[in-house]
Design a protein around this ligand. Structure first.
Ligand code: NAD
Ligand code: UGA
Length: 459
């Protein structure tokens, strides 16, 4: 049996499923692509002009393909599409378990398992089932055992095709990926999926491995990326006390071609829905095989990140707290709430931890972000002590300190000469992303503290 992929279904219309399927449909106009989701509001948004996620370039890709060979449907309507599909991607969330065995570390596979039941119930003939979600290594066995409950004569191949896109650059990452990874058992199934990607990705960039290597490689890729951020963030603290400058250190270290310059930006901490959950999953897997040293090694990457977020909040609090350490009566401007620029995603954003720590000490906050809504901020922080500003200027009213938590480019070009009129002289501006024009902030009579740089009088 030589499977050909003409009809695709993707279960899960989230940050991965939506953009990935939109790019496949855009690049392969003859392939019929259906994206289905339980969440009817999300499906309605995908079918509207207000897409449910903000991602540069996404709207144009969706508008080219939607209504031609790309559709977004609810789950009931999706069943018939699964029946007709040659390939079904599972692209649902795999969050950290909150209860039961492995709570706090292991990946919660209940959404994936429910997709496998749905596929087993509705598939006909032969179907390639593709893990697009990030899964623990050997999770394909769980999917296989559920698919075994399908009607007699219904057969499956299972592939692992983890996604490496980063939010904010998802369309570019999908259109020009460093690599596409396909793990599987039967070469025919691997080739059938590879034939979809090679319509626009050079064949040399389509890597194939065994199932377990593909599943594990995805976790390891995220762990290595997160490790680089924790590594440079650990050095940022050392720079602050020694007078070294973390940007200079990162530049020097990154020019070694064995190390490379990317992912060495010191920050308030890494965020996003995946780094911490995937590290925790790797840690849990290592522990479950008795590899305690391996687990402890990766745990340190998580711990350092938590420490960096606390450290930054405490740095903001230090010069403005009263003698008892309270921030009561202190108002702080928070510039940026998304976990990085060019996204409206606030999942695990470092801003949540920093803001909660400041609120717990009695501060009140006024938050600005270019893409995150007031509702998304109050869903994370509650309404007490939190206001939302529609512009950076508005956020600076009556504040004791200013903190930049997201590297939105527009913050880098703020006119501090003009803005300082709204601030008391020597108000401290904390740059958690090292993006501000340091000279302009200081010229405006303000006091600047940057991640990984000593106070100016030290240098
Ligand atoms: P998401 O939460 O944005 O989207 C998941 C969607 O799946 C939701 O809309 C949810 O309603 C839907 N869903 C859940 N169970 C369902 C079911 N049984 N039937 C139909 N729909 C169902 O998640 P995401 O950010 O797109 O991530 C999905 C997976 O991709 C995760 O495993 C994640 O680790 C991985 N991943 C994410 C990124 C990223 O940048 N967000 C990048 C690479 C990999
Ligand atoms: C990350 C990976 O980069 C993707 O390859 C992967 O597919 C994805 O996770 C996933 O599995 O979900 P993403 O989280 O969208 O993508 O964004 P990144 O650009 O990796 O940034 C993650 C966090 O690290 C952000 O908070 C960012 O600000 C921070 N970061 C990144 C730094 O603090 N310094 C850096 O040098 C780089």
């Amino acid at each position: 049996m030589k499977p050909l992929v003409n009809k695709i279904v993707c279960i899960g219309a989230g940050y991965v499923g939506g953009p990935t399927m939109a790019v496949i449909a855009d690049r392969c106009p003859d392939i019929d692509v259906t994206v289905l989701d339980l969440n009817e509001a999300r499906i309605a948004a995908w079918n509207s002009e207000e897409l449910p996620i903000y991602e540069p370039g996404l709207a144009a890709v969706v508008s080219r393909a939607r209504g031609r060979n790309l559709r977004f449907v609810g789950q009931p309507e999706g069943a018939a599409h699964v029946a007709a599909a040659d390939a079904v991607f599972i692209s649902v969330n795999t969050p950290t378990k909150t209860e039961g065995e492995g709570a706090g570390k292991a990946s919660d596979l209940r959404y994936v398992e429910s997709c496998a039941h749905f596929i087993a119930a509705h598939a006909t003939g032969h179907t390639i089932v593709i893990e697009k979600s990030t899964m623990p290594v050997r999770a394909a066995n769980r999917i296989k055992s559920i698919l075994a409950s399908a009607r007699p004569g219904v057969t499956f191949d299972i592939l692992s095709n983890p996604e490496f896109l980063a939010e904010g650059t998802a369309i570019r990452d999908l259109e020009q990926p460093d690599r596409v990874l396909i793990g599987g058992e039967r070469p025919e199934a691997i080739q059938a999926l590879a034939a979809v990607y090679t319509r626009w990705v050079p064949a040399a960039r389509v890597l194939s491995t065994g199932l377990w290597s593909a599943e594990l490689s995805k976790l390891v890729a995220n762990a290595f990326l997160a490790q680089r951020v924790s590594s440079i963030n650990s050095i940022s603290a050392l720079c602050e006390v020694t007078g070294a400058d973390v940007e200079e250190v990162a530049e020097v270290v990154g020019t070694d071609s064995r190390i490379g310059p990317k992912f060495l930006r010191a920050s308030v901490g890494f965020g996003g829905s995946c780094f911490q959950k995937d590290l925790l999953s790797l840690i849990y897997i290592s522990e479950s095989y008795g590899l305690t040293e391996v687990a402890a090694y990766w745990q340190q990457v998580v711990d350092l990140n938590q420490w960096q977020k606390r450290r930054f909040a405490d740095l903001i609090a230090a010069p403005i707290a009263d003698d008892a350490g309270s921030l009561r009566g202190r108002r702080i401007a928070i510039l940026g709430f998304a976990f990085k620029k060019d996204t409206n995603d606030v999942r695990e954003t470092p801003a949540i931890d920093v803001c909660r720590r400041l609120l717990a000490r009695g501060a009140s906050l006024i938050v600005h972000d270019y893409k995150v809504t007031a509702e998304a901020v109050s869903a994370e922080l509650g309404a007490r002590g939190v206001e939302f500003a529609l512009s950076p200027e508005e956020a600076l009213k009556d504040v004791a300190a200013v903190a930049v938590l997201t590297e939105w480019p527009a913050y880098a070009t703020l006119d501090w000469g003009r803005l300082s009129a709204r601030l008391k002289p020597r108000t401290v501006v904390f740059d958690g992303r090292n993006i501000l024009d340091a000279a302009a902030v200081r010229r405006a009579g303000l006091f600047l503290r940057c991640i990984g740089k000593g106070a100016p009088h030290d240098r």
